[in-house]
Design a protein around this ligand. Sequence first.
Ligand code: RP5
Length: 180
Amino acid sequence: MPDISTATPRIAIAMGSDSDLPTMAAAAEVCDRFEVPYTANILSAHRTPERMLEFAKTAHLKGYRVIIAGAGGAAHLPGMMAALTPLPTIGVPVQTRHLSGVDSLYSIVQMPRGIPVATVAIGNSHNAGLLAIQILACQQPELLEKVQAYRAELAEMVEGKDEQLSQLGYRPYLDRMAAK
Ligand code: RP5
């Protein structure tokens, strides 16, 4: 595995609070898997607006190519960062206790014309990570190959499950799933 610790981070993972970290960790895991350097920061649109502004305004100058921003509730972070950066911004609606993340989803997805946030499903920072990788892969043939390999792995996994289901029948398959 190449040493990515000294490489320029290309993906910025931002979150409004450390309480978002369990959700956002999957985006970091995807970056690790694809060996793409990234940073993870807590930047609140409401509690640290100046820090968030500075980070978003200068991100492209520091070598970042994509921003992933996750937040819950009022969830202004992705939209505000998108407003401040020319980089593509991917929004992750974080699940909330009272409204299950529908509040976060609506807040993040309903951007005005001109300032897009590519919004993934509630809690799905895994897909945010993959989308960020795919954006970078447009300029990096070796990364594109890794994306293809990942897709092939997914297909193989599903085909394996299908085979098992056909062999075992649905009840034993369900029992085996419950035992896991
Ligand atoms: C948002 O408020 C954060 O993104 C988080 O999802 C939510 C709650 O934050 P904490 O009160 O847990 O710090 O700004």
